[in-house]
Design a protein around this ligand. Structure first.
Ligand code: GCU
Length: 849
């Protein structure tokens, strides 16, 4: 039984926290002094080189024990006879110094042995990195007040545990929601790499062993001699943490005129000059980065060049790099995300089939240092997808799973969505290859098909923001990613609670509240974005943020819903559809082929049905759409309220920052709910049996108010505004007024105002009752003026339009309203933003609409 010492003593840390320290805060435990005698006094780190992970481990132990328990330990580099020590080093170094352990642990690369049972604590790695991992595991226990005696070994589930960072050389980050790059600016690698080193430390603490530092949509000029030198500097600051550098390559670099490199007329992977070019450049890189992890390649995908241009196979393309890397020990992560544009009028066309079509025939043709990097689902990081069947179809090839830590399609860090439960649906999925257990996690570990290479790639996209990823709570996803890549059998909630105790504190109500919000967050988001396997019904042509279901269809991108007036869903059956279901091994194929055995949460992924089709739950598809969208948004309202219960239990800085986000999410979840419900209500013509959709008794539509300097505006897409209509100021320079007399009974109300916050302008709004201001704010995704907690920026991809991305709600609580009062909103436009307003809701307490 694990004991968490001092937890009852552990109060909130009042000091403001920026988030920079993430889960490595080493927060002082109250009463820590009373445990000094049970803690060692000396640290022996069996390496004297300050650039070695073992040396770093010694420093971490010293810093951690001092900070958490207030005990000062000395660090030594050889055994000096002192008792009560922690000895950290490789198993080999330990054995040389002290002789063999009586029961030597069975360690693989990066694994460690942690023994706190004896007088000396042993933290021994198979390699130096492993020793550092063991150190962080021990410090994690200490920081959680857990002084239980343990003796165990821990080995990673898979050798490849990488992050992918989509940083561009100009300093921007594709699908990054936390500021600019920490390592690139203006086409080169920056000189100050302090944050880069700090990031490596964070990653080491969760077992990540490499970072691919540039975008998969790569830029050839990464390969200039100046940038190669810069990669060497990045590698130098990450190396002490056992984190290696990898890079994404632009396939046609040889013809791109890279400054300082030869320029060829071909990038044909079989051309000798091309082979020599890559061999030479690879050699240059290894001179600067002797331990470079390898290359990540996105080829013949979404406009990226690749071997198909020369009628060479993707395997020939991958092997070009594999051969260049092989003498240096590097590996190629070759992305399976390859597809062509398709025509929706072809009933049998299906983007989900593309990876099988491209890669299955090539199984066995990839060199042994190539790993096929496969997104978890067949499409693209959607709120729910079935496991990619490619995991079952390339048994002769090494495979890795690509997860997305940054929430591109899942709320962009402005909606709290704890992703570990989603990832677990894939990792724990049994593909039943040859009718035998074939869990996805066992495929990528290499265990199922006997490969020594395989693992995990997590698209993280940290930026310069203090929170790293864009919001404090979203960091649970990075933590969980690392922990699951190390051990995918871990329970999502267990990992989450570890993270909460380390990142905030161990107060039981803090742990319980954050756990409840986080564990309910993905189901809630799925319910109000796209349930029944419909994917995230966002704007796939623009920001990937707010609702816009019609963008899925009539495009070449193949993320289709095939929704019409009576039916919806992709028929992916073999018998009548695209045949995708048949890509799975027989047991699974049979399950998805048959509508009766397809789970409701993937129904529309596999089947095309009437809106009136009955689910296993007994509800119709359309009514379930309405019900789940209402239920999901209702759950999101509770997050803000639950978060408020944490006031005083965590530091104010993080409390207010997250509160701002939870309030925003509560409002935007209603935008989602209404947009999706209205869209399908409109297209199907089937009313909501519960009379909620299109029926909002508490709303005053802005266009129905008395307008002066404002005019009605028809919003596109229509479902992004209540009653399809907003109001905008008559010009971009003159103020507008919308007013109306209150007709509801006198009482106390929450006054919610739905407006649009476009990128490119900061309109100002003042709401008053009988000319007494009840609130004012500026539409720049910061809190309302008068709030002491701002300014804050949400960080999602901005929209310049009046649409589902810019639709926002602000609420003024507990306002005393009398029948006959004059409600007035004055909007002052700014920039391109014409102070757009949608509606006002006067909500009796406890009602949200
Ligand atoms: C998504 C994402 C792109 C990215 C691509 C990829 O489509 O929107 O920004 O480049 O995935 O993974 O390559």
């Amino acid at each position: 039984m694990i004991r968490f010492l001092a937890l009852s003593l552990c109060a909130s840390s009042a000091a403001a926290e920026s988030g920079l320290a993430a889960w490595l805060r080493y927060a002082p435990l109250q009463g820590g002094e009373s445990y000094h005698s049970s803690l060692p006094s000396h640290i022996v780190a069996l390496n004297t080189s300050s650039a070695s992970p073992v040396y770093v481990a010694g420093q971490e132990l010293q810093q951690g024990i001092q900070s958490i328990y207030g005990k000062q330990c000395n660090v030594h580099h050889s055994y000096d006879g002192a008792s009560s020590s922690i000895i950290v080093g490789t198993l080999d170094e330990y054995t040389k110094a002290y002789g063999s352990l009586s029961n030597p642990p069975n360690l693989i690369e990066d694994g460690y042995w942690l023994n706190t049972e004896g007088n000396t604590i042993q933290i021994l790695g198979k390699n130096e990195r492993g020793a550092l991992y063991g150190t962080f595991a021990y410090l994690s226990m200490l920081a959680q007040g857990n002084l239980t005696k343990v003796a165990y070994s821990s080995n990673p589930n898979a050798p490849v545990r990488w992050t992918n960072e989509w940083d561009n050389l100009d300093g921007s980050i594709e699908r990054g929601f936390a500021g600019n790059s920490n390592w690139f600016a203006n086409g080169v690698i920056v000189s100050n790499l302090t944050r880069t080193a700090e990031y490596a430390r964070l990653l080491a603490s969760i077992g990540i062993n490499a970072v691919v530092v540039n975008n998969v949509n790569a830029n050839a000029s990464l390969l200039t001699p100046q940038n190669i030198e810069g990669l060497g500097r990045i590698a130098d600051v990450m190396r002490p943490y056992g984190v290696q550098v990898g890079i994404s390559l632009y396939f046609s670099s040889p013809t791109s005129g890279v400054k300082g490199q030869a320029n060829l007329t071909t990038f044909d992977p079989l051309d000798e000059s091309v082979v020599a070019w890559w061999t030479n450049v690879t050699g240059q890189i290894y001179q600067q980065v002797p331990d470079m992890a390898g290359y990540l390649v996105k080829a013949n995908s979404e406009g990226q060049p690749g071997p198909l241009t020369y009628n060479r196979t993707l395997a020939q393309g991958a092997n070009l790099f594999a051969k260049a890397l092989q003498p240096h020990g590097g590996i190629v992560m070759f992305r399976a995300f390859v597809y062509n544009n398709l025509n929706e009028t072809d009933w049998y066309a299906d983007r989900a089939n593309a990876q099988i079509q491209f890669f299955k025939p090539l199984d066995g043709e990839f060199d042994s240092n190539v790993i096929i990097q496969i997104k978890y689902g067949p499409i693209d990081f959607q709120v729910r997808e079935p496991a990619s069947p490619l995991f079952a179809n390339i048994p002769k090839s090494n495979a890795a799973i690509e997860l997305q830590v940054t929430q591109e399609y899942l709320g962009q860090q402005c909606h709290l969505v704890y992703l570990a439960p989603l990832w677990k649906t894939i990792l724990d999925f049994d593909l039943r290859v040859d009718n035998e257990s074939s869990l996805v996690r066992d495929v990528v570990s290499g265990q199922r098909f006997n490969h020594s290479l395989g693992g995990y790639a997590g698209v993280v996209n940290v930026g310069t923001n203090d929170t790293w990823i864009g919001s404090h709570m979203a960091m649970s996803n990075l933590y969980a990613y690392g922990r699951l890549a190390w051990d995918p059998t871990l329970d999502s909630q267990y990992v989450l609670q570890e993270w909460i105790r380390l990142t905030f504190n161990a107060d039981q109500s803090v742990v319980n509240t954050m756990t409840q919000i986080s564990m309910e967050s993905w189901p809630a988001y799925e319910n109000y974005s796209g349930n029944l396997g419909e994917q995230t019904l966002t704007d796939i042509l623009y920001t990937h943020f707010g609702p816009n279901p019609q963008t899925q269809d009539n495009t070449v991108w193949g993320q289709w819903t095939r929704a019409d007036h009576t039916t919806i869903g992709m028929d992916r059956t073999v018998s009548n559809g695209t045949g995708f279901a048949g890509n799975y091994p027989p047991e699974i194929a049979a399950m998805y082929e048959n509508i009766a055995t397809t789970p409701d949460n993937l129904l529309l992924w596999f089947h095309h049905v009437n809106y009136t089709h009955l689910l296993h739950s007994g509800e119709t598809v359309i009514q379930d759409f309405y019900d789940q969208h209402y239920a999901g948004a209702a759950t999101a309202q509770t997050f803000a309220t639950m978060w408020e219960s944490l006031k005083g239990k965590i530091d104010d800085e993080r409390y207010y920052d997250q509160l701002f986000r939870q309030v925003y999410q509560a409002g935007h979840s209603l935008v989602w709910r209404d947009a999706i419900s209205n869209f399908y209500n409109n297209i199907s013509g089937i009313p909501d049996a519960a009379h909620r959709v299109g029926n909002h008794p508490y709303r005053i539509e802005a266009e129905s108010m008395q307008l002066d300097g404002y005019k009605p505006y028809t919003v596109i897409p229509f479902e992004a505004a209540s009653n399809y209509t907003a109001i905008v100021t008559s010009s971009n320079t003159t103020t507008g007024t919308a007013q109306t007399m209150i007709t509801c009974p006198s009482g106390t109300y929450d006054v919610a105002v739905n407006y649009f916050d476009q990128f490119g302008g900061h309109s100002h709004f003042v709401v008053s009752l009988n000319n007494v201001t009840i609130g004012e704010w500026t539409a720049n995704l910061k809190p309302w003026i008068g709030s002491s907690e701002g300014p804050r920026v949400l960080g999602h991809t901005p929209s310049i339009y009046i649409d589902g991305h810019s639709a926002t709600r602000i609420t003024f609580s507990n306002v005393t309203v009398a029948k006959g009062d004059m409600l007035k909103i004055v909007g002052t436009p700014n920039g391109i933003e014409p102070a757009p307003l949608d509606y006002v809701s006067l909500l009796p307490l406890g009602i949200v609409d």
